[in-house]
Design a protein around this ligand. Structure first.
Ligand SMILES: *[C@@H]1O[C@H](CO)[C@@H](O)[C@H](O)[C@H]1NC(C)=O
Ligand SMILES: *[C@@H]1O[C@H](CO)[C@@H](O)[C@H](O)[C@H]1NC(C)=O
Ligand SMILES: *[C@@H]1O[C@H](CO)[C@@H](O)[C@H](O)[C@H]1NC(C)=O
Ligand SMILES: *[C@@H]1O[C@H](CO)[C@@H](O)[C@H](O)[C@H]1NC(C)=O
Ligand SMILES: *[C@@H]1O[C@H](CO)[C@@H](O)[C@H](O)[C@H]1NC(C)=O
Ligand SMILES: *[C@@H]1O[C@H](CO)[C@@H](O)[C@H](O)[C@H]1NC(C)=O
Ligand SMILES: *[C@@H]1O[C@H](CO)[C@@H](O)[C@H](O)[C@H]1NC(C)=O
Ligand SMILES: *[C@@H]1O[C@H](CO)[C@@H](O)[C@H](O)[C@H]1NC(C)=O
Length: 785
């Protein structure tokens, strides 16, 4: 392996050096050793480490630990090892591989005793003279870190062991608090120097060259890398793959947590940090990185854009039960970051990442300002490309170039390459690379292109900290992203088409990012079978009234809380709370929430009324009152006299006009509710625009002073109905409208204009005179999907 800048911890160095003559043995345990990561990368990397460093005096034992039985584990490990072959033409590897296989075993790691047994073998098997190291690579869900690190600590801390390393994979928490908590739990048992949090992006061969390259061209870059010359810096990770098969995980993370908060911001630090005089001094590198990260301003919510590929929610439906969150999960994001120091003030750092993009690439692209003006001969030229733009590109992984490397526009400067890189002539099947002709670049690639995880394992073994994230840095990374992730948790992403995200172009507008174009409307109509929603953002108001728009479960919580607070206030002020509920199935989930989460609801001072009722007996399955009773009333201690069903059945007759049930209800309201002001009325909305039992065609004359009336619906079995009327509804202190399910999307679109007010859509007559009105609309209804 080519010598790389070695940034190691001093005390461990000393430890290795002092024993370098004596024999050493390393016990390498992969906890979760038959899982995905282990299968794909870790065992292959272990083989490479063994081939590189095994000797008579430098021996290894490898263990795959997991919870499955010995027989199943043996088989699983065997399959993995068989699939990890040597590279062709590597005789050294072929020769040593059998020895490696001999030294790789599966162990059951399920109970405390299993750790005790395993670790006992570490200190006894190799005789007294040997120096023994142990490495535990935790390739398991982070929820298991606490118990596993506890087990390691309490069973494997023998004085004969010279060094212990624990390796952790992301996610390092889901936010600042959980990350800090995780760090605290780990630090109870392990010294910071023993803890290795992997960021495999830092182990990529070109990431490793960034500081080398900067140091090699220190003078010119020191002059160029600042706001005077740099127009902007783009840090990009685009993938072709999507999230099929891992929606459950992705719903919890989303693209920002998954790659931007860690990989892309780490790249930003490598490019933007001041360059230490001695880039072999790892302590100094870390200090400079921390210093830079402290100068990065926390991302603001208007500097962050979200997208989601169109089939995401469809995929979610196949994989998980509750897709409420899936509507909001970003699979694409763009962010503008600012660095508050003299070098970078005013230079936008644009981070973008997405799934199912048009290409696969990851790079850091530094674009320089145009400093020359063409006055003469500007129009001719054979190439479609001018010598501009001038740029410096770290192509970290896949992309338009034949192999990951560093590109410098010839018009920018003639770079010196570190000895660990070699210059190549640029050949590309593409006609343009990052907007320039391939021939216009100087181009070099790392002499050895080591796979990232092989580098992680190499660094781990050799005490090189470059591929790992310190606790301090991890927490600073969260400082940049934590707030904005929380603030934007309900932002609806813009949908884009898989592999053709044409509507994601955006622009930097001062300190904000803005999508170009009107978004969906430009791509209106059918979109791979999906109707594009008009409602790409959630505004604070709908029809000029307060809007609450959330996934259904959250929405119901908010509404229940709203009702509870209103009840408390009413009782504080007037000692009584009058509420009227609509019928139908929609409120049932609300009733459950009220009963489940508000055991102290003041039912004893509450009066329950009905907004609407079908003309059927109270025992009929279509009776709204029956539903209200069975789902709410019977579980409460509400006094019998506080319950006010609509008198649809009277003296043996159902809604007979001569029985004047509507008048009766009006009288009861007049009698019990001062000025006929309800404290709260809960309405629904039909797909046809009806509300209460006011159906399309309903007209209301200004002279009509009635508060309750019999109505008719042509739909719904032609039942006669009884309903509260707009003059009464609009008198209420609080009117809330609960709208759920995607079927309601189309009616929401039709009434979204506040000017719309007509008999086709009776809901448009609802507009409280002096009270408040709030819409509670779930995400499905809002988006129509
Ligand atoms: C291994 O260590 C022993 C004891 O220190 C020493 O005698 C021997 O020469 C070493 N072997 C090699 C190959 O370095
Ligand atoms: C491991 O191998 C590398 C490359 O052969 C060598 O430079 C290094 O000294 C070895 N390290 C140990 C601890 O044996
Ligand atoms: C693991 O521990 C359990 C509980 O002590 C024990 O029954 C089992 O035999 C152990 N398995 C191995 C492989 O040590
Ligand atoms: C750079 O730092 C390394 C590691 O701390 C040290 O060994 C080396 O002597 C330093 N070089 C200079 C020129 O100071
Ligand atoms: C265009 O290309 C031809 C042939 O390669 C060359 O002779 C000529 O100078 C070029 N013209 C310009 C303006 O670069
Ligand atoms: C997005 O920008 C690219 C590059 O300028 C352009 O080719 C493409 O047409 C743009 N897309 C749209 C929809 O405007
Ligand atoms: C929206 O409501 C505000 C106050 O609530 C009012 O001043 C304004 O006129 C309303 N706008 C429309 C278009 O009704
Ligand atoms: C409307 O809501 C505001 C704020 O929640 C509240 O202060 C006010 O009392 C409400 N108005 C009525 C008429 O209930």
């Amino acid at each position: 392996m080519v010598p790389l800048l070695l940034c190691s911890l001093l005390f461990l160095n000393v430890l290795y050096e002092s024993k370098s003559q004596a024999a050493q043995h390393t016990n390498f345990v992969i906890v979760g050793g038959t899982g995905d990561l282990a299968r794909k990368y870790l065992w292959g990397s272990a083989l490479r480490l063994f081939v590189e460093n095994f000797s008579e005096n430098n021996t290894f034992s490898f263990y795959a630990g997991a919870r499955v039985s010995q027989t199943d584990g043996d088989k699983a490990l065997n399959d993995i090892l068989n699939s990890n072959k040597c590279d062709s033409n590597d005789p050294k590897c072929e020769k040593l591989r059998p020895k490696f296989l001999e030294n790789a075993k599966y162990v059951v790691l399920k109970y405390d005793e299993n750790y005790t047994n395993l670790c006992n073998t570490f200190r006894t098997e190799k005789g007294p003279e040997i120096t023994i190291h142990q490495i535990f690579y935790l390739s398991i869900p982070s929820s298991a870190y606490q118990s596993v690190t506890h087990n390691i600590h309490s069973n494997c801390r023998h004085e004969k062991i010279s060094s212990t390393k624990v390796v952790l994979e992301k996610p390092f928490g889901l936010d600042k608090e959980s990350a800090a908590k995780q760090a605290e739990v780990i630090s109870e048992h392990f010294h910071d120097d023993e803890v290795h949090r992997v960021d495999h992006y830092l182990a990529k061969s070109v990431s490793k060259q960034i500081l080398n390259f900067r140091a090699k061209n220190r003078e010119i870059l020191d002059e160029l890398l600042n706001g005077q010359f740099v127009d902007r810096i783009e840090i990009v990770m685009k993938e072709r793959i999507g999230n099929k098969g891992r929606i459950d995980f992705y719903d919890q993370t989303g693209v920002v947590r998954d790659v931007m908060q860690n990989h892309l911001t780490e790249l930003l630090a490598l490019v933007a940090m001041e360059l230490p005089v001695n880039i072999s001094d790892c302590k100094m590198i870390e200090d400079y990185k921390l210093h830079l990260l402290r100068q990065v301003k926390p991302v603001s919510s208007d500097a962050l854009l979200f997208g989601q590929y169109a089939k995401y929610v469809e995929e979610a439906k196949d994989e998980i039960k509750n897709i409420d969150q899936s509507h909001l999960t970003p699979t694409f994001a763009a962010a503008l970051l600012q660095i508050n120091n003299p070098r970078w003030r005013g230079v936008p750092f644009i981070l973008t990442s997405g799934k199912h993009m048009d290409e696969r690439t990851s790079h850091v692209r530094i674009l320089f300002r145009e400093k020359e003006f063409c006055v003469s001969g500007c129009a001719d030229g054979n190439s479609t490309f001018t010598k501009y733009p001038r740029q410096l590109i770290f192509q970290i992984g896949h992309g338009p170039v034949p192999s990951a490397g560093i590109l410098v526009s010839k018009s920018l400067f003639n770079p010196s390459w570190p000895s660990s890189m070699k210059e190549l002539p640029m050949t590309s099947k593409d006609s343009a690379i990052h907007g320039q002709s391939p021939g216009d670049f100087h181009y070099a690639v790392p002499v050895v292109d080591t796979q990232a995880y092989t580098m992680v394992i190499h660094d781990l073994y050799h005490n090189n900290r470059e591929s790992f994230v310190t606790t301090a840095r991890m927490l600073l990374l969260w400082e940049i992203w934590d707030n904005v992730i929380k603030e934007t948790s309900l932002t609806v992403p813009r949908l884009y088409k898989e592999f053709s995200p044409v509507n994601l172009n955006f622009t930097v507008d001062g300190l904000k990012l803005r999508y170009l174009g009107q978004g969906q409307s430009e791509y209106s109509g059918k979109f791979d079978g999906l109707e594009m929603p008009n409602f790409a953002v959630i505004p604070p108001l709908f029809r000029n009234k307060t809007l609450f728009c959330k996934p259904l479960k959250d929405l119901v919580k908010v509404l229940a809380t709203y009702i509870f607070k209103t009840a408390e206030n009413a009782i504080k002020e007037r000692n009584i709370f009058h509420i009227a509920f609509s019928g139908g199935n929609t409120p049932v989930i609300l009733f459950k929430e009220l009963l489940g989460s508000f055991p102290l609801f003041p039912w004893e001072q509450t009066h329950i009324w009905q907004v609407d009722e079908r003309c059927v007996s109270q025992k009929h399955e279509n009776s709204n009152f029956l539903s209200l009773h069975d789902n709410l009333i019977k579980f409460t201690n509400i006094p019998y006299f506080n319950i006010h069903p609509m008198p649809v059945s009277f003296a043996g007759k159902i809604c007979a006009h001569e029985s004047k049930g509507d008048n009766l209800y009006e009288d009861m309201i007049n009698h019990l509710i001062p000025a006929q002001v309800f404290d709260l009325i809960l309405l629904g909305l039909g797909t046809d625009g009806h509300t209460a039992s006011l159906f399309p065609g309903y007209t209301h004359s200004k002279k009509d002073k009635r508060l309750v009336a019999l109505t008719k619906s042509k739909a719904d079995g032609n039942f006669d109905r009884m309903s509260l009327l707009p003059p009464l509804i609009n008198n209420a202190r609080e009117v809330t409208v609960l709208v759920t399910t995607k079927e309601k999307h189309s009616i929401l679109q039709k009434i979204s204009d506040i000017q719309t007010r007509n008999k086709q859509y009776p809901i448009t007559y609802v507009s409280p005179v002096s009270g408040n009105m709030s819409w509670f609309i779930d995400i499905e209804a809002w988006l129509g999907q």
